[in-house]
Design a binder for this molecule. Sequence first.
Ligand code: F6P
Length: 360
Amino acid sequence: MKRLGIMTGGGDAPGLNAVIRAAVKTALALDDCEIVGLRDGFDGLIEVGGVRPLTAESVRGILPRGGTILGTANRGNPFARKVLRDGVETTIDVSDQVVAAFERLGLEALIVVGGDGTLRISRELHEKGCPIVGVPKTIDNDVGGTDVTFGFDTAVNVAVEAVDRLQTTAEAHHRAMVLEVMGRDAGFIALHAGIAGGADVILIPEIPFRYEPVLAQIRGRARGGRPYSVLVVSEGACPVGGEPRYRITGDKDFVSRLGGMGLEIAETLNRNQGIEARATVLGHLQRGGSPTAFDRWLATRFGSAAARLALQERFGRMVALRGTRIVDIPLAEALQAPKHVDLAGDAVLTARNLGVCLGD
Ligand code: F6P
């Protein structure tokens, strides 16, 4: 009997449970196999009690649930694992232990659901001989090789609801309301939510911004009888010649966490006569809660396709959405380059045509 594993790694995204459910149901339907779930990402391979059986019963009812029933970790890189040695934090390479765990656990395939960091680790483990299949996930939508990642649609919907709510309070108080959304290196959430919510200013990491056009937009609206504006700002947006803002500083093994640009922009706007601004940081609200129908649909198709790949022993590959079709591509191809907003694409052009200020 085949033994398959599944794990979720990195920051969570709505739809992880839908992937797990679909992978388990598909594998059980197609093969006489046993499926185990790893707890908290790759840690599950090396920690005691890190593996639990997954059955049709254990995935029942999880389709609409946010988070992940398996747990996740974004500090779980086996090539640089943090440990305490004599009270001092240090990093060690435990990748050989991870490779050995496949043998020890009798795992013939592992489905890894993760973003660029987790998929990069997966590719390295595959190069060391581990039978891995990847499923791309991130609310930021910036994994290469796939048109869309699940979790993104839910995040955009949460952000659009916030924009709608900020519109009414902005109008009531004649204010500029700044909404900071997630998006480390790519501005997809800000761009999509900004357009869908009718924002007046959208600032994304791909376009370094200047305050002059932003102020001109706010003042122009006021002169036109609309003395209120809504600005949607990616956490990774940055002024020309300026620096991104961080809420947690990383180290050599942990990527810094962005945050604070929305507040900085509101404070800068407040220094200008006649403008009153407030900032809202949407943060992890974008990652929690029930996935939208689109994310459930995409995550379910990804999970099912990943189980088929694993059973066919087509390892080192990642499922992806291309147009309306689910395909599979080499992990290396997906990791070639992260995805960014296409500055020459129709979404950016549409924003400009609608009179949205993009800060340039
Ligand atoms: O990569 C997804 C993401 O949501 C980024 O947009 C954000 O910067 C980061 O994760 C936040 O991670 P954490 O959960 O560590 O705060």
